[in-house]
Design a protein. Structure first.
Length: 134
């Protein structure tokens, strides 16, 4: 895919988020890392009604869902204020599913592409390749 000039790329999994900006051109993107954002995890994800117990020891999944909900809230705010004009989200499949539940209309309007792949620990050239192949 072509990545618009200045587009924001969010690379997300259940515990991390990395943001990049396309400082290159649409046909030859060059991702530049942005400062690591602060994610508020007080906004529990869709798993908020589930409780951990010995029969359902899923506290870690609740934390991951809360992280994804917090990332979506941060992206929603950025889309609403006009900070993000074009967005590509690359996320692990589970995190992407949770993110989608929390997208606002302004965020959906600037969302150019979603890629269901876990690339949070990968170098920038691999992220650029994944975008080019999408």
């Amino acid at each position: 895919m072509k990545l618009p000039d200045g587009a924001t790329v969010a690379v997300v999994d259940g515990t991390k988020v990395k943001l990049f900006r396309n400082s290159g051109h649409e046909d030859t993107p060059s991702l530049t890392a942005l400062p690591e954002p602060t994610v508020n995890q007080d906004n529990h994800g869709s798993g908020a009604g589930h409780h951990s117990s010995s029969a359902n020891p899923d506290h870690g999944q609740l934390e991951e869902d809360s992280h994804s909900a917090g990332v979506a809230a941060m992206l929603n705010k950025a889309a609403t204020t006009g900070t993000i004009k074009n967005l590509v989200v690359i996320a692990s499949p589970r995190a992407l599913g949770e993110l989608r539940k929390h997208y606002s209309k302004p965020l959906s309007a600037v969302l150019d592409k979603e890629i269901a792949k876990d690339l949070t620990g990968h170098p920038i050239p691999e992220i650029e390749k994944a975008i080019a192949a999408a």
